[in-house]
Write a protein that binds this ligand. Sequence first.
Ligand SMILES: [Zn+2]
Ligand SMILES: [Zn+2]
Length: 288
Amino acid sequence: MPYFSFHTHSDFCDGKASVEEVCQKALELGFSAVGFSSHAPVAFDTTWAMQFQNLESYIKEVNRCRLKYRGQLNIYRSLETDFVSQTRSIPFSTYRNLGQLDYIIGSVHLVNNPEKNGDLWFLDGPVENYEKGLKACFDGDIKKAVTQYYRQIQEMVLTQKPDLIAHMDKVVMNNKGRFFSEEEEWYQSIMEETLQIIAKAGVIIEVNTRGVYRGKYHTWFPNEQVISRCIELNIPLTISVDAHHPDELNAGFDEALTMLKKAGCPSLSFFEGKSWKQIPINDVIPND
Ligand SMILES: [Zn+2]
Ligand SMILES: [Zn+2]
């Protein structure tokens, strides 16, 4: 069973190569499937999301490659879609229809303080902005901010029904153990509450390798402790490399696969045709 990549960026958002260049590299690496998941347009200025006016050409380009490489590489249409709140986000169903999407990856990069409904706390990017945003949006109250991050994931799962959740504990990346520890009781409890909701909804959690291969964090998103709990709760799992450049397409995949096998994960979620299937993890062989 060759590699796959269902969470993949291109130059339609903050990726560094064209859809076609990604496809060519995927073929070279012997991939069987690539799903394109540019950051969906958001209702405010960012440097990383796709512009609204480019959505149609994005879908056209993915469709063109899908036809061109038919029989060699299965290519799917997706978006990594941000969720803030039902009043501040574009419904996922709108994108599902506009983009004739095969699936949607839901993510939270921006956290809203519902008591203010003002500026959003941006989790990604430089560490200084994480601190500044925490002060500005949550008066520095990390417990409140992180709890709200998980509340947004919960609300996203319940109201938007994404197929997959991107890097579900990414809120820890820029924390780097400074403001809180993942061992604290309140953190464990909001994590457990969130996992219970995800398990009930049957949404897939990806094991995102990007933080590790970019040297931004020492564990996958989510970490091994959370992954073990996902396995206990029968939450479907998959591996996402979240490549923003063709050279990253298989970065960290084998390591994540080995870890999942050791942790006792029985199967991986794999998109094929029109739906997600579970494939036995032992059928997924590392290429190296
Ligand atoms: Zn993301
Ligand atoms: Zn991504």
